[in-house]
Design a protein around this ligand. Structure first.
Ligand SMILES: C[S@@+](CC[C@H](N)C(=O)[O-])C[C@H]1O[C@@H](n2cnc3c(N)ncnc32)[C@H](O)[C@@H]1O
Length: 408
């Protein structure tokens, strides 16, 4: 991998390539440039993320986004503009089904998979998988992967998205009828209906109805409205249309999908994975205590029957060890995650992680230096840093960086 920053790629002739619409940030051009130079020409149409065309032919990523993220024309002008902007970066396929705090842009992950040169026989790991963006992107490139997360709702999301992607039109038999029966079971004070009264032979549909309810309810809470049932019905329909468009794409393109393994036993600080077995890690740990994941997903986890205090005690960034400060516990947990990453990676392979800082300049500098020192003490070699701007983000102090570290 070339360590020096690279100039922005310019087309050598009009027909050479075209960038995907709506990329504008420097880091996006940097990733585009790197992936373009990492992928051989014969694979470019199939794999590239930040490109609409190569040699006059449309890329599969552009086609997939166009087919699986149709923007409803009934929206206001502003909303249409917002959806258009996100269409190729984040809002497509099954990754566009549900918003998760701190979720990756799938497109960015696709480009990093390309930069690492991962192939069909490789195994990719995301130890802080969240909504499983990394794993779904790997699957779309026919690469096997492992997802870990201590938040059960996150594992529910990744499993469901994977099962939906692997499924087909038949899974919708009786969907609307079932969705009507499920709504009243969900729309009452928290209980554990999930494990008791529901038709298990239709589990995929049941879970999709749960997801629709979670989304409908969060719109309602955010907008302070009483329209949960109306929202639920439109999400049920939106999911039906979205998944059918994915199944159309799969049928027309004979998409081969990678396998996703959900590891529910591991923590990123203590992985039950063999040493020297993984070909790449792409991930993003919590940014200190900036987001409280257990609090954010408390409702969903309670409905799914999980204990919140257990989740809190394992979530890095917010968990505290009585004998040290919260930030020292965070740094100590990050060090354990780095050490585990080093152990499970094969030699020569990469740990790529995105991390953000909300600290003031002086504290940020200290925190970064401690992170870098910990990585180098473990034996990782720094290969590249890409600065990631966050346009329009409310917290002006926040900055994100993408680090590429190699196990040698
Ligand atoms: C920044 S989010 C990841 C979001 C993900 N990249 C996505 O696209 O959805 C960080 C995740 O780390 C998880 N997490 C926190 N502590 C963990 C631990 N000890 N082991 C595994 N996952 C953990 C949180 O539950 C959260 O889902």
């Amino acid at each position: 991998m070339n360590v020096k920053p690279m100039p922005i790629l310019k087309p050598t002739s009009a027909s050479d390539f075209q960038y995907i619409p709506y990329i504008s940030q420097r880091y996006e051009y940097e990733l585009a440039n790197l992936e373009y130079n990492s992928i051989k020409d014969s694979e470019k149409i199939k794999r590239l993320a930040y490109f609409k065309e190569f040699s006059g032919e449309e890329t599969l990523h552009h086609e997939f986004c166009d087919q699986t993220n149709k923007i409803p024309i009934t929206l206001s002008k502003n909303k249409i503009q917002y959806f258009k902007k996100n269409k190729y970066a984040v809002g497509y396929g099954v990754n566009g089904l549900y918003p998760y705090k701190g979720k990756f842009h799938g497109q960015m992950i696709r480009s990093i998979i390309n930069i690492l040169g991962l192939e069909n026989s490789d195994i990719l790991l995301d130890p802080f998988a969240g909504s499983g963006t990394t794993n779904i992107e790997a699957s779309l490139l026919n690469i096997n992967s492992i997802a870990m997360d201590v938040n059960p709702f996150s594992r529910f999301l990744t499993t469901l998205k994977n099962d939906l992607l692997l499924s087909n039109y038949q899974m919708f038999n009786g969907y609307y009828d079932l969705s009507k029966k499920i709504y009243p079971l969900l729309n009452k004070p928290i209980n554990s209906t999930f494990r008791k009264d529901l038709p298990f032979e239709k589990m995929l549909q049941v879970k999709l109805c749960y997801l629709s309810y979670f989304l409908a309810r969060s719109y309602d809470i955010r907008n302070n409205t009483q329209k949960c049932k109306v929202n639920y019905d439109s999400v049920i329909k939106m999911y039906y249309n979205r998944l059918n468009s994915i199944y159309d794409y799969k049928r027309d393109n004979k998409l081969s999908l990678g396998k996703i393994t959900i590891d529910s036993k591991s923590s990123a600080t203590d992985m039950s994975i063999s040493s020297n077995s993984v070909d790449g890690i792409i991930t993003s740990p919590p940014y200190s205590n900036m987001l409280d994941y257990p609090a954010n997903d408390e409702y969903q986890n309670r409905i799914l029957g999980f204990n919140i205090s257990d989740i809190r005690s394992m979530t890095i960034g917010i968990r505290n060890n009585a004998s040290t400060s919260r930030i020292d516990t965070y740094l100590d947990d990050l060090s354990k995650f780095f050490a585990e990453s080093f152990r499970v990676l094969k030699s020569g392979k990469y740990l790529v992680f995105v991390i953000g800082y909300k600290e003031l300049e002086n504290q940020k500098y200290q925190l970064k230096n401690k992170i870098f020192a910990s990585l180098s003490k473990i034996g990782f070699i720094h290969k590249r840093t890409i600065k990631k701007s966050i346009p329009g983000y409310r917290n002006k102090l926040l900055e994100e960086e993408i680090y590429f570290y190699q196990k040698q």
